[in-house]
Design a protein around this ligand. Structure first.
Ligand code: SAM
Length: 289
């Protein structure tokens, strides 16, 4: 059987089905077998695994996943791709294609049904227009997860893995690192896709923590504190928190808390580590009015 990662075969399949790319769905299909192999290797899929693929496109990566995994569910929003997927995946009996918007799928129920509630692996070449909602949706809805191996914009992968004091550090870095250990697998140039995206991409593997690295009594409040702290990047931490309606703490209590924790009143959010945000969040929680 011909694998789709081969550019000539991919073009032939697109032509056969008269497929037209839809920009609004972030459709950039992979045409590089080396990158596909790297993604599958990094995801460490075995015949015991249930894998969720987000956005199979014409089924390029899905074919590799079907070969490696016990079972695959691929969620694709574009109805025009269904006849293509029927064709390209016809040799596999361990795959189900769901024609849905991933943001509306109850993934926790899917994991319950297909994997007895055990942690699942997610693999995707993500549509870039909704990268953050997809990742945060997976984490915040507490889907049982083993790992997420994804292609994202290079710049987004960089933001996920940096620490305090760097220009890319922000709410996404902290959220991802609270839930997982990020490792960039490789950088992927635009020439590996059809059509070519305008930016470079990276494959990043997020190995999900069994237990978060910091102890916290109210996860929702921690994330509200983090978001408020980075909402206005050029402002001080105290101003960011004070301007956020989601943090109902008086300005003088915010400043007192910051100083009690040993920071100057002018400290900026981008210098604090996850551990420090956890302490700040616990202390502020006690001052909510
Ligand atoms: N996996 C394929 C590949 O690597 O060649 C296609 C990747 S392409 C970057 C992203 C895919 O996600 C497209 O097939 C697109 O139609 C699909 N998609 C976009 N938004 C989606 C959504 N909200 N839910 C499910 N799939 C979506």
């Amino acid at each position: 059987m011909a694998y789709l990662g081969n550019p000539a075969y991919t073009m032939a399949v697109l032509e056969k089905h008269g497929f037209h790319f839809q920009k609004k769905y972030g459709q950039n299909f992979l045409i590089d077998t080396h990158i596909l192999e790297k993604i599958i290797d990094a995801a460490e899929i075995t015949k015991d695994d249930f894998v969720l693929e987000i956005g199979p496109g014409i089924g390029t990566m899905t074919q590799y996943l079907c070969e490696a995994a016990r079972e695959v569910v691929a969620v694709e929003i574009d109805t025009n791709l269904l006849p293509v997927l029927d064709d390209t995946l016809k040799e596999y009996d361990n795959v189900t294609v769901l024609n849905e918007d991933i943001l509306k799928v109850d993934i926790a129920s899917l994991a319950g049904e297909k994997n007895s509630g055990k942690p699942i692996k997610v693999v995707a070449n993500l549509p870039y227009y909704i990268t953050t909602p997809i990742i945060m949706g997976l984490f915040e809805s507490h889907v049982p997860l083993a790992s997420i191996t994804i292609m994202v914009q290079k710049e987004v992968a960089d933001r996920m893995q940096v620490g305090p004091g760097t220009k890319d550090y922000g709410a996404l870095s902290l959220a991802v690192q609270y839930f997982a250990k990020p490792e960039v697998v490789c950088v992927v140039p635009p020439t590996c896709f059809v059509p070519q995206p305008k930016v470079a991409s990276s494959v990043i593997r997020l190995t999900c923590h069994e237990k978060p690295p910091v102890e916290i009594t109210d996860e929702g409040f921690l994330f509200r504190v983090i978001r408020a702290s980075f909402n206005q990047r050029r402002k001080t931490l105290a101003n960011g928190l004070n301007n956020a309606p989601t943090i109902p703490v008086a300005k003088e209590d915010i400043i007192a808390t910051i100083e009690e924790l040993g920071y100057p009143a002018s400290v900026r959010g981008e210098t604090l580590s996850l551990e420090e945000f956890a302490r700040l969040s616990e202390a502020l929680k006690k001052k909510v009015h």
